[in-house]
Write a protein that binds this ligand. Structure first.
Ligand SMILES: *Cc1c(COP(=O)(O)O)cnc(C)c1O
Length: 387
């Protein structure tokens, strides 16, 4: 398959159409070896030495992902967090980085509690406001601008192209956590980003049965080689079986993300203005934060993630939200996102003190079940929570 002549749907469905040379198998073997034979003349001509650095099980999944993101190279990691933190650890103590105030909670925690102790100068700003990025970016000092869009758990939207322009003018690299959009809906590298990060745990795999992460780079740079060195040295390396599962999951990426996006749009429209719902946070609603930017930046839908702010019952908004989550029968009460099954979560309980999530907020990950079933279940849960 020549990836230049087919659509990304075709690339994903056939995982680039690779066939095993030895067996003609159309799905790859799983290589589990931790070590590789050295040539008699003391060279390593296979290019493989030890599986902490690299693994043949990664090749196809990394090639597929690099194509889907229109990047030069991809690298798989043991988790989304391993991927994200490798980017920050490729910087040097003293470097100034900008990150959003509203972002994936565990990464924000790591930045404030580990990266700062390690010497990074982390500044949290309103990344959705280009003027705030402009004011905070220090030419020659700011080395990285981290974007997450749409951002957990409020689904606020950052203009990748505009932010990249400001960051690059200051000499900073731009990395985008694109877990929620997935390459189906947004390709940050084509909008000026230097690195894209995914929690492969989520949409890329899509079946809630593995933990994985990935980075894709626009170009093979010195910085990218440092990131790969961090992976090899710290050992944030994915296992062979997980890489194989991830490749399998990506074959249905386009079908799953489009189905989830369509359902999410219908659910958002259904509950927007609903008497038991205070607000629906979803980039696909015309009055949503950054909707005009989403229209430009996301193609073919606005993703499967949204939040509902539940109208207060006699016990208040937080109690009503928790009671709604307690009353669902089809939705699953669980954290994470991007699987085939729909998940519901009281986000403030997960994030704790300092969370930007209002106490009445439920985070929804819309799966690929029948949409009317999902709406009916939320309706009955909201009604019971307010009875
Ligand atoms: C889940 C997630 C991560 C972290 O990924 P893990 O695989 O859980 O380490 C990072 N960013 C976003 C947006 C996520 O949803």
């Amino acid at each position: 398959m020549d990836p230049r002549h087919v659509k990304p749907e075709s690339i994903a469905a056939q995982a680039l159409g690779w066939v095993d040379d030895k067996t003609r198998a159309i799905t790859p073997a799983i290589h589990v070896s931790s070590t590789y034979l050295r040539d008699p003349d003391n060279q390593y001509r296979s290019g493989r030495v030890y599986a902490r650095a690299d693994n043949p099980a990664f090749d196809q999944a990394e090639a597929v992902l690099a194509q889907l993101e229109e990047g030069a190279q991809a690298a798989l990691f043991a988790s989304g967090m391993a991927a994200a933190t490798a980017v920050f650890q490729a910087l040097s103590p003293g470097d100034h980085v900008l990150a959003p105030k509203v972002m994936y909670w565990s990464l924000r925690n790591w930045l404030m509690n580990f990266a700062t102790r390690w010497g990074l100068n982390v500044e949290l700003i309103d990344m959705t406001d280009p003027a705030a990025v402009q004011a905070a970016a220090r030419p020659g000092v700011t080395k990285l601008v981290w974007i997450e869009t749409p951002a957990n758990p409020l689904w606020t939207v950052t203009d990748i192209a505009a932010t990249a322009e400001i960051a690059h003018a200051a000499g900073a690299l731009v990395a985008v956590d694109s877990t929620v959009a997935s390459p189906v809906l947004t390709r940050p590298l084509t909008l000026g980003a230097d690195i894209v990060m995914h929690a492969g745990t989520k949409y890329l795999n899509g079946h809630s049965d593995l933990v994985a992460g990935a980075l894709v780079t626009r170009e093979d740079s010195e910085f990218w080689r440092r990131v790969k060195t961090v992976r090899a040295q710290i050992g944030g390396t994915l296992g062979s079986f997980e890489a194989w599962l991830l490749l399998r999951g990506m074959r249905t990426l386009y079908l799953r993300v489009r189905a989830a996006s369509q359902s999410a749009q219908r659910i958002a429209e259904h509950f927007n203005g609903h008497p038991l719902v205070e607000a629906v946070l979803y980039p696909g609603l015309p009055d949503a934060h950054g909707h005009a930017i989403s229209m430009r930046q996301m193609q073919g839908g606005f993703g499967g993630m949204m939040s509902l702010r539940v109208k207060a019952s006699a016990q208040g908004g937080e109690a009503a939200a928790i009671a709604t989550a307690a009353s669902v029968e089809l939705w699953k009460r669980a954290t994470s996102l991007g699987g085939t099954e729909s998940l519901i979560e009281h986000r403030a309980s997960v994030e704790g003190a300092g969370t930007p999530a209002p106490p009445d907020l439920l985070r929804l990950s819309v799966g690929i079940e029948d949409c009317a079933d999902l709406i009916a279940d939320l309706e009955q849960a909201l009604a019971r929570a307010h009875a």
